[in-house]
Design a protein around this ligand. Structure first.
Ligand code: MN
Length: 214
């Protein structure tokens, strides 16, 4: 997958089939220290090499498990969603990023939320609303032809079927505790300086190509 497009208009990636149990952790598109001072090298390195890696391992294990039981079903949902969301999270950030979105995503945000400040406030509140471990997630809902802001619990709970995540904010303590301890709001404020709007715009452009029967 072309995870690091230079322009939102780059062609969308073609389908890649990942065989059962053969998931590999997506490469980090920058160095561990690239997001400083907002996210430290130590914080990013442990998050990527330990936490995200564990979801990929858990997903492969669940896919290869021979028993069809409730525990396997939970492992597929939890680890699969954990892998997907982290892969998006890394590419949603970049050094020297942030600011206000332009392009299609800027247009959609203005059309649906009025202006960027209102959207930023809504997304921040949705992310802060995650209890314990969760995510703030901006999705494209192809069935309704518009975006929606969701708050996921863990990785897989409180979602909406059919949506395509385009901007995600990890609100698990493991994402910020080394740098911010209990100061969640400071982490979220700092994170806005890292949002790679080119990546979000590209993800939106590809998501908008989805055609789902009602
Ligand atoms: Mn995480």
């Amino acid at each position: 997958m072309s995870n690091d497009p230079t322009r939102p208009s780059d062609p969308c990636p073609s389908v890649v089939v990942v065989p059962r149990g053969a998931h590999k952790q997506a490469p980090l598109p920058y160095s561990f220290s690239a997001l400083e001072p907002y996210i430290s090298r130590q914080q990013l390195e442990i998050h990527y090499t330990k936490h995200h890696a564990a979801y990929v391992e858990g997903l492969n294990k669940a896919e290869l498990a021979t028993e069809r039981n409730w525990s396997r079903a939970q492992d597929l949902a939890f680890n699969g969603s954990g892998d997907i969301l982290h892969t998006i999270y890394w590419t949603n950030m970049a050094p020297n990023a942030g600011g206000e979105p332009t392009g299609m995503v800027g247009e959609q945000i203005r059309a649906q939320f009025g202006d960027f400040a209102t959207f930023r406030d809504e997304f921040t509140k949705a992310s802060m609303a995650a209890r314990g471990s969760g995510w703030g997630i901006l999705v494209w809902q192809p069935q309704w032809g518009r975006m929606e802001i969701l708050t996921a619990s863990r990785h897989e709970d409180l979602t909406q079927w059919g949506t395509i995540p385009i901007l995600v904010l990890d609100m698990w303590e493991h994402a910020f505790y080394i740098d911010y301890q209990n100061r969640k709001a400071d982490y979220v404020n700092a994170w806005w300086n890292l949002v790679n709007w080119i990546n979000v715009d590209y993800r939106l452009a590809c998501a908008m190509q989805a055609r789902i029967p009602m």
